[in-house]
Design a protein around this ligand. Structure first.
Ligand code: URA
Length: 237
């Protein structure tokens, strides 16, 4: 691995800003290779030398991956002049990593949203070619029936003539339904159900690939993905 500046390394770990790093180093709270660090611009090999802050070792990661339980009322965007975005839910240090949402959930849709700074990963997750399933729980004005389930299995045609790929649909005991899609067209699930005369009243994403929303995350909360969870995104359930 090429040599890296100490301040860039710490910054990329998403724990402090460059200014804060300067102060941490000045205060003697940072070590590099077992010695108290003295200069933010010191270059070192991140593969071999250990950096600590207050005794805790930092782990360098080129890219960052988070699972967010998206709350209603927040935009799936990086920034917006007027409205709160999913990235506004992150700490200033994490924001500085250049995070963005992997695809979009509508403003009123809740649930599993991946947040990353890895463009290739995001592209793969979004592309229908990857055939990654997305599972949604939908509440509809009236329950779906066998005709709707058959139409989804065949591939519904939306009001504007857009043809959708075959999708899964099942009725839940409480009259709500589960929808599985592999594409992410604009308002897709809402438009698919609307095309069957079943307008959606609430929508939550529960799963992407084999990665399920951590139900201990309250709306608005997020956490990093584990290595296994990251792999599970590309897997089938
Ligand atoms: N389909 C929708 O209609 N809305 C979403 O937010 C996600 C999928």
């Amino acid at each position: 691995m090429p040599l890296m500046r100490l301040d860039k390394f710490i910054c990329d770990c998403g724990v402090a800003s460059r200014r804060e790093i300067k102060q941490l180093i000045k205060a003697g709270r940072v070590t590099l290779g077992g010695e108290t660090a003295v200069a933010p611009e010191t270059k070192f090999d991140p593969e071999t030398a250990v950096v600590t802050i207050d005794g805790t070792a930092l782990k360098y990661e080129k890219f960052h991956y988070f699972m967010l339980n998206k709350p209603a009322g927040v935009l799936s965007a990086t920034d917006d002049g007027k409205q709160k975005t999913v990235i506004d839910l992150f700490s200033p240090e994490q924001k500085r990593l250049g995070l963005f949402p992997v695809g979009r959930l509508d403003k009123d849709t809740t649930g599993l949203l991946l947040i990353t700074d890895d463009g290739d990963f995001a592209h793969k997750v979004i592309s229908p070619k990857s055939e990654i399933e997305k599972l949604y729980h939908a509440e509809t004005a009236s329950p779906v029936n066998d005709g709707d389930i058959a139409a989804f299995a065949h591939g519904v045609t939306l009001a504007d003539g857009t043809k959708c790929l075959p999708a899964g649909l099942s009725l839940c005991p409480d009259g709500s339904c589960l929808v599985t899609v592999m594409e992410g067209k604009y308002h897709q699930v809402k438009r698919m159900l609307a095309s069957r005369g079943k307008p959606v009243t609430a929508l939550e994403r529960l799963r992407i690939g084999a990665l399920e929303l951590d139900d201990s995350l309250k709306p608005g909360e997020y956490r990093p993905l584990t290595a296994d969870e990251l792999c599970s995104v590309m897997k089938k359930k």
